[in-house]
Design a protein around this ligand. Sequence first.
Ligand code: GLN
Length: 196
Amino acid sequence: MLKVGILAIQGGIEEHEAHLRQLGVDTVQIKKPGQLANCHGIILPGGESTAIGKTLLETSIAQEIIEKSKVGMPIWGTCAGMILLAKEIENQTENYLKLLDITVHRNGYGRQIDSFKTEAIIPAISKEPIPLVFIRAPYVTRVGSDVKVLLQLDGKIVAVQQNNILGTSFHPELTDDLRFHEYFLKMVRKFALEKE
Ligand code: GLN
């Protein structure tokens, strides 16, 4: 059975878990080094990137994620999770895993639209619009040549993919829609098959 780890330091862990379970996948909350060993993918949830990042770098889970990414394991960061993956963070000096060749702007959306809901068509995922929830979200201000832009909203890049690594400014786990999780699971399934 496919098994997906969810980094469980802080943030929207259970919501991702519920979506994955609805899609028939086994999940494991990653709290300690070693737990990623038999996973086929990992999700870095939203939350507070400074808090999650600090704890993450204090453990060897960070190194384990970096090693898994090198062998092609799919990794998806939502919101704070995307900040943890970014190579550069525009408005702060420290950065974390540096696995995704993008620059992000933390809390990029101004105060009056700190949090908002909208919908958009993401061609890689579906021809029908997908509901999008943004909560004090970052957006992407630079993408490397290897990075595919999956969605741009009002001129701002909010979903990207670099090979096995996905980043979204928004939170599909906070909607009833499962299509973004299905897209990630397609990557996970492919990786699991190649590994066998
Ligand atoms: N603003 C948060 C941060 O910078 C991210 C918010 C979220 O994950 N919903 O860490």
